[in-house]
Design a protein around this ligand. Sequence first.
Ligand SMILES: Nc1nc2c(ncn2[C@@H]2O[C@H](COP(=O)(O)OP(=O)(O)OP(=O)(O)O)[C@@H](O)[C@H]2O)c(=O)[nH]1
Ligand SMILES: [Mg+2]
Length: 492
Amino acid sequence: MFDGITNGLRSALSVLGRGGKLTESNIRDGLAEIRKALLEADVHYDVATSFIKRCTEQAIGEKVLKSLRPDQQIVGIIHQELCNLMGPADPSLHLRRDGLNKIMMCGLQGSGKTTTCGKLARMLKEQGRRPMLVAADLQRPGAIEQLQIVGQQLDVPVYSEAPGGSSPLKVCVNGLAAAKQAGVDVVIFDTAGRLHVDADLMNELEQIDRKVQPDQILLVCDAMTGQDAVNSAKAFNAALELDGIILTKLDGDTRGGAAISVKEVTGVPIKFIGTGETLDRLEPFHPDRMAGRILGMGDVVSLFEKAQKEFDADEVELQQQRMMEGKFSLEDFAKQMKMIRRMGPLGDLLKMIPGLGGLAATVPGMDADKDMGRIEAIISSMTPYERRHADRIDRSRRHRIARGAGTDPADVNRLIKDFGNMAGMMQKMSGLGPMDKMRAMKGMADGGMLNPGSQLTSAKERSKRGPADPKEADEKRKKARKEAKKQKKRNR
Ligand SMILES: Nc1nc2c(ncn2[C@@H]2O[C@H](COP(=O)(O)OP(=O)(O)OP(=O)(O)O)[C@@H](O)[C@H]2O)c(=O)[nH]1
Ligand SMILES: [Mg+2]
């Protein structure tokens, strides 16, 4: 997302950073470029204009021009102004501990209301709440069933009525009563959308608002619709006094302008962003992180939070233990791989790391997800015995596994070798002090060992190159032979 803005800002900033000497006139030129980039990204005209005015005033101030790195100072100013535009942050739903919390969702047709109801319910459940969904969209055929499916997926109750004899208002009132009776603590009303803001829809929503008295009215806005999203937000806010905005579809190639202007135009905070179709793709909105993303500085904080959530700490510790004891098997390896994959497509993760943002898109032939998929396929074609005793995989087993995984036996071989190297190193490292550990890690990273899949795709090319470190490979082979002999003896 935000590629347009990011690239525009980058080129403008490189104008500012070039030549060393910044003057008032080239700062103005650079900022004018940024304004253009913002407009192209669908940022509201007035918002872009006043934003650039504020940045310019500060940037041409004496303090900036006389500072050591004026270009950095200017990036700082833009970052801060972006935060001011999109913030302050308020990702809380202000839920009470006791009693029933009522959340009403609204938005145009197809903006993502029903999906976001599910995402919110999932998030609340994770926080230990007991949510219930109410299907108040009687407009679109299939809408009730869609919400029911979401509820089933999450194991969350859904209140609905047959569309024939009921009205959205009735469904909400009855749904509220059902929620009270069921003893849930959050009830979320999924309402109908319309193609455009119209009086009919607003009437319906206002009636529900008056009768149900929601604690939070959240507008779901499709970020891909740019200015339209911002304009509809204005209209919804005028009728309903929104408590928060959820911007959806901030994945894909959204131009992102809506995220920048919607708070400024409506005064309503953005609470969450939707970054994918699946129900786990909801993130609290952080203006500073978003500003960082827009400026292409990466989003390390989000990345680490994601990692923390997806990695099962106990499992990781258990695996470390197994590594140290030399018991780390291909089965553990596959588990680790799964954990990494749960964090999302690798391309997405790369984009969040500063400096690597462009990498995912620019390195030809790089398809880390495919490589990881291949490794998983290879490991899952093995028998449990083989996963625990990788050293026992001989030629015929190798061929069988390769057939099962739809790859080359050379790939299977490579994976087993890489895995053997990694497990061996890990075991060695467990006896080292922290500094030596770091050195060893660096060695592993340089040798590509921390990313065993990275070389799977070019079996042919590799055979030309030979092993990365012949001496080490030799030693490994010797050790393996010794092990095999010992094992044979034991078996006799
Ligand atoms: N890529 C992406 N797609 C999303 C996101 N949120 C929702 N969608 C998709 O957008 C489409 C519409 O979503 P719904 O949740 O049905 O939208 P709605 O507002 O309930 O639509 P109506 O009930 O017809 O008014 C679906 O295909 C969703 O999968 C998101 O954050 N990212
Ligand atoms: Mg819907």
